[in-house]
Design a protein around this ligand. Structure first.
Ligand SMILES: *[C@@H]1O[C@H](CO)[C@@H](O)[C@H](O)[C@H]1NC(C)=O
Ligand SMILES: *[C@@H]1O[C@H](CO)[C@@H](O)[C@H](O)[C@H]1NC(C)=O
Ligand SMILES: *[C@@H]1O[C@H](CO)[C@@H](O)[C@H](O)[C@H]1NC(C)=O
Ligand SMILES: *[C@@H]1O[C@H](CO)[C@@H](O)[C@H](O)[C@H]1NC(C)=O
Ligand SMILES: *[C@@H]1O[C@H](CO)[C@@H](O)[C@H](O)[C@H]1NC(C)=O
Length: 259
């Protein structure tokens, strides 16, 4: 839920480009409506918005969550307690400009620091190539993502199922992560193993993100994310979309979240 809201929110920002392109009626107001929508969304994050079932998102706090999942290949039983994720509402829009003039919506958004705190216990096993690998961990979680940045762009075209509706085309996005700060602590391990694991995970996550992007994320966007959005936009005109963002922003602004 929260992550979907974010993705939709991120789509709203437009970047400068040189040549003016004729657009759908109402597109002159797209960027200002989206900017207002994003700011209003950020403003309700510390309070949540009950009428729409939006939970508090800044911080996200989960007192206790237990899980028990097994298949032939793995069995994991555990829980996470006192989970706290901070910083989701500190995003900055590094660039935003006028979709109505450029015909391309592009965005550059950065989360300076997302801090993840909590405690986790897990027991079980994983089968890797026939090896039965037992897992037993008791961790204090203390991680931070530093300068997590989303840079992307897209264009609106007419929906294929309704010529008055919209669809997104040419969607591109890259994710950059400057650093991962890991200070997790597994109380079943000694100091050197904990230090090794924190160093290893830090490198692994940064490299993994670079490695995975072209293959996996593009595949996910083109096959799942974009079609999903386009289904939602199919019967919505640009004017209706702009009105939706403005009236939604108005509702959130009226909540006067002060937390
Ligand atoms: C849309 O944009 C035009 C031109 O910038 C402005 O005059 C008008 O008030 C805007 N409409 C809304 C509903 O914001
Ligand atoms: C999960 O939490 C409960 C209650 O705090 C605890 O008794 C249990 O041992 C925990 N660990 C696992 C792996 O389920
Ligand atoms: C810490 O644990 C690892 C793995 O069990 C072991 O190889 C290592 O010798 C231990 N280090 C110290 C300083 O006890
Ligand atoms: C759009 O309209 C068509 C035709 O009325 C309908 O079949 C389709 O379910 C609608 N799509 C959405 C997302 O409402
Ligand atoms: C097509 O989109 C327009 C624009 O929003 C909408 O008014 C109309 O109801 C849609 N047509 C169908 C069949 O859903």
């Amino acid at each position: 839920m929260a992550s979907q809201l974010f993705l939709v929110a991120l789509l709203g920002i437009a970047l400068v480009s040189a040549t003016p392109v004729p657009q759908q009626a109402g597109s002159a107001n797209f960027t200002s409506a989206m900017t207002r929508y994003l700011q209003a969304f950020r403003s309700v994050m510390p309070c949540g918005y009950a009428p729409e079932g939006i939970p508090v998102l800044a911080p996200i706090v989960t007192p206790f969550y237990a899980y028990d999942i097994s298949t032939d290949d793995y069995s994991l039983k555990g829980n996470v307690s006192n989970m706290r994720i901070e910083g989701l509402n500190n995003f900055k829009i590094l660039s935003a400009s006028d979709y109505g003039k450029t015909g391309q919506a592009a965005y550059d958004v950065i989360f300076p620091k997302i801090q993840i705190l909590g405690a986790s216990e897990v027991e079980g096993f994983v089968n890797i190539g026939g090896f039965h690998l037992p897992i037993r961990q008791r961790d204090v979680i203390n991680e931070a993502l530093v300068d997590l940045r989303f840079v992307g762009s897209y264009t609106f075209a007419n929906s294929l199922t309704n010529s008055s509706g919209l669809r997104i085309v040419d969607f591109k996005q890259s994710i950059y992560l400057a650093d991962v700060l890991m200070d997790n602590w597994n109380s079943l391990w000694n100091i050197s193993t904990n230090n090794f694991w924190n160093r290893y995970s830090r490198i692994f996550i940064s490299l993994g993100l670079e490695e995975i992007q072209p293959k996996i994320t593009d595949f996910l966007y083109q096959n799942y994310f974009v079609p999903k959005i386009n289904e939602l936009l199919a019967n919505v005109s640009m004017e209706e979309l702009v009105n939706f963002y403005q009236s939604q922003a108005q509702l959130w602004e009226n909540a006067h979240c002060q937390a």
